[in-house]
Design a protein around this ligand. Structure first.
Ligand code: 5AD
Ligand code: SF4
Length: 441
């Protein structure tokens, strides 16, 4: 039996794609192994979002060649493969397979070619491709990543994704519902719907509100999440569906990117500071106890001290539970690279802003979390925690809760009291096991 090892970088969409690749290869008789030394095929499923993501992969390729089996096939897949294509083959003689996000269907045939000594590239976009007939080999036994949309039609000026994942397309609602039913039948009770701008989902007849209602009605599904939405696609209908569908969790990851309307305009985010804050207000009004997290970029070209101050003030005004923060990284071919060179934010300014933002976000989330200690909430146990004898669980509003217990509790729901917090994660004590919900939508 041939063996395969896949290492995944980047976003959940990549995790989901790796599950599809493994599923495709499993159907062809491959066995997954958990170390590259033992594998006949080693794939790095890569990300291109920032330069750092790519330098990590280049470093890893150099490292890997030392302990690969002699005749192993080494492949690069995903966004970096799509972006660099043949350039990857030129820079690394050991790589013999380069496959973009729409090329995984041909994986077995491409591997065959590489095995015969050819160097294979597949970077064509395929707007019909949803891997509908490929059964994913899922890594996670508690929650399922379900892609509902691939590609992106927004053109934020900093972003490489439209070039690496092509244009937006949505799966048919029935296919998503069917996949949800099948993962629930396998015992998974949480589903995370994935798309680059997931709430712009539209299958020609049904929109994201319809999708939430249909998936939320699958019997046995207890938690429904989605990532990442775009603020402009939170129509009243979508917000109403979120509020009505019981399974939809009280958490939204709502990328803000900047709190300055001037910067947002140059980013082509298509909303102003006020419109973003209004979206937050509408979500909060409809969904009590909503957890809010975000993405923020500092040092976008032309960002002034005043612009940055507006980002800080927006962060305070919203009071995010957490944020992913990034220093702007110029991506070849994106419109932001064509802005005049004098608009580039110097590294020292970028670093200082990043540190100030980090301290501000951390401070706010600390304060919010300390106020929560003593509350009770429902958690789903996800896995063993990295440290100690603890389990890692998650609340509906996306807080991480570490709690005592044993492996048999993984995948189950409990009511816990939040007994303490580090400022970012909580500790919890079981108050009572929650009775299973009746089997109905
Ligand atoms: N530089 C820095 N951060 C970026 N992101 C996307 N493109 C870039 C870039 N060129 C961030 C955005 C996005 C998150 C996934 O990555 O905040 O929401
Ligand atoms: Fe995911 Fe974007 Fe990275 Fe591609 S570039 S892996 S879509 S985060």
């Amino acid at each position: 039996m041939p063996t395969v090892f896949i290492e995944t970088y980047g976003c959940q969409m990549n995790v989901s794609d790796s599950e599809l690749m493994l599923g495709k290869l499993a159907a062809e008789g491959y066995a997954a192994v958990d170390s590259p030394e033992a594998a006949d095929v080693v794939l790095l499923n890569t990300c291109a979002i920032r330069e750092h993501a790519e330098t990590r992969v280049i470093g890893r390729l150099g490292e890997l060649r030392r302990f690969l089996k002699k005749d192993a096939v080494l492949g690069v897949t995903g966004c970096m493969a799509q972006r660099l294509g043949p350039r990857l083959l030129e820079t690394d003689s050991r790589v013999s397979l380069v496959i973009g996000p729409d090329g995984y269907r041909a994986l077995p045939a491409l591997i065959e070619g590489a095995r015969k000594g050819e160097r294979m590239i597949a970077t064509e976009f395929d707007l019909e491709e949803h891997y509908e007939d490929v059964a994913a080999s899922r890594f996670d036994g508690v929650k399922a990543w379900i892609p509902v949309q691939r590609g992106c039609d927004y053109r934020c000026t900093y972003c490489i994704v439209p070039y690496t994942r092509g244009n937006e397309r949505s799966r048919q609602l029935e296919d998503v519902v069917r996949e949800t039913g099948s993962v629930v039948a396998q015992g998974l009770t949480e589903v995370v719907l994935l798309g680059q701008t997931v709430n712009s989902y539209h299958d020609g007849a049904r929109d994201f509100a319809d999708l939430l209602r249909a998936v939320g009605a699958v019997p046995g599904l207890r938690r429904l999440r989605f990532t990442s939405p775009h603020p402009n696609d939170f129509s009243d209908g979508v917000i109403a569906a979120m509020a009505e569908v019981k399974a939809v969790c009280e958490h939204v990851h709502l990328p803000m990117q900047s709190g300055s309307s001037r910067t947002l305009k140059r980013m082509l985010r298509r909303y102003t500071r006020e419109e973003y804050l209004d979206c937050v207000a509408r979500l909060r009004a409809a969904i009590p106890g909503l957890g809010l997290t975000t993405d923020i970029i500092v040092g976008f070209p032309g960002e002034t001290d005043e612009d940055f101050a507006e980002t800080l003030s927006a962060v305070r005004e919203v009071g995010f539970d957490d944020a992913f923060m990034f220093k702007f990284s110029a991506r070849e071919g994106t419109p932001a690279t064509r802005l005049p060179a004098e608009m580039t934010v110097p590294d020292d300014v970028m670093d200082a802003r990043f540190n100030e933002l980090l301290a501000t976000v951390r401070g706010i989330s600390r304060d919010r979390n300390f106020r929560r200690v003593g509350e009770r909430c429902e958690v789903l146990v996800e896995k063993e925690a990295r440290k100690g004898e603890l389990l890692q669980a998650r609340s509906r509003d996306f807080k991480t809760v570490l709690m005592p217990g044993d492996k048999s509790m993984i995948g189950q729901y409990f009511h816990v009291e939040l007994t303490g917090t580090t400022g970012s994660t909580f500790t919890g004590q079981v108050v009572r096991e929650r009775a299973p919900l009746p089997m109905s939508g």
